[in-house]
Design a protein. Structure first.
Ligand SMILES: C[S@@+](CC[C@H](N)C(=O)[O-])C[C@H]1O[C@@H](n2cnc3c(N)ncnc32)[C@H](O)[C@@H]1O
Length: 263
């Protein structure tokens, strides 16, 4: 009997640890169906057998479903709020910050953050944990090679200070690369880091179901330091943040509310 999409999702979960049920179904199924037919497979089962036999195909498939589009300083006005309001607020109280950039894709976001932080603190004190589910994207992030189109939002002085121009590409300089540690991490499965003063998780929750988003909000609450702030994407405002004990401090920024015990 031919597999249904449900059978395929269960098999993919076992094989890769990725729970496709947590992603908006219509969008994800359409993407997967089109990938399968474009690659000439007749059924979910045939395609899954191919994934099991060939690790490269598996990597290519994961790369395709995870959607890695990113940009340096994506939505610059929000980075401005981070620069002028959120970072001064945190650094006024804490000398060093635990920073986590979740779903960092190909590195544009954590590198933007490291560059911005250099305005506020010495480079050797900047430490950012940057994670993503997609090993391929992380490999590109570690290389730090971008084209000029990727850096349109990067302030001019940052381009000359933080990149080496090599032919048509721009390569992030080693000393700024050293501020960022990249690691594989599945937001729907793996434990979260603790005591984060700042978490960026942008442009991944739009792909998730309501249940999965709710799981993430609760997990982010636990992951935040009592004074910590969560920075989300420009279409990802949290409806009813109080339900997750989060409080808006600016558009797209949420502060962890005090523990009940401390009130
Ligand atoms: C559109 S990119 C966003 C990149 C960056 N945060 C930005 O806003 O420019 C979405 C990223 O989420 C990652 N992702 C998807 N599901 C994930 C999961 N369950 N755990 C961790 N990362 C995930 C994808 O691999 C992809 O790199």
């Amino acid at each position: 009997m031919n597999w249904t999409y449900e059978d395929f999702k269960a098999a993919v979960l076992k094989l890769t640890g990725i729970d496709l049920s947590s992603y908006k179904e219509r969008q994800m199924k359409r993407r997967i169906d089109s990938f399968i037919s474009r690659n000439g497979y007749g059924s979910y089962q045939d395609f899954f057998s191919a994934l099991c036999e060939d690790k490269m195909k598996q990597t290519h498939f994961i790369d395709y479903i995870t959607i890695n589009v990113s940009e340096f300083f994506r939505n610059p006005e929000q980075w401005d709020v981070l620069d002028k309001q959120i970072l001064p607020m945190l650094l006024n109280k804490y000398r060093d910050l635990n920073i986590w950039c979740a779903a960092c894709s190909t590195g544009e976001e954590p590198y933007s953050l490291a560059m911005l932080l250099s305005r506020h603190m010495p480079i050797n004190r900047i430490k950012i944990l940057a994670t993503d589910i997609d090993a391929n994207a992380l490999e590109k992030a570690i290389k730090g090679i971008y084209n000029r189109k990727n850096v349109v939002n990067v302030p001019e002085d940052f381009v000359s200070r933080f990149f080496n121009a090599e032919n048509e590409t721009l390569v992030v300089k080693d000393w700024i690369k050293r501020c960022v540690e990249f690691k594989e991490h599945n937001l729907l499965r793996d434990p979260y880091p603790k005591q984060c003063h700042l978490i960026l998780c942008r442009n991944v929750m739009i792909y998730l179901t309501e249940n999965a988003k709710s799981y993430l909000y609760k997990a982010f609450y636990d992951s935040l330091h009592p004074d910590g702030v969560l920075f989300v994407g420009s279409t990802e405002q949290i409806i009813l943040p109080q339900a997750y004990r989060l409080e808006p401090v600016a558009a797209f920024f949420y502060k962890r509310l005090a523990d009940k015990r401390q009130e």
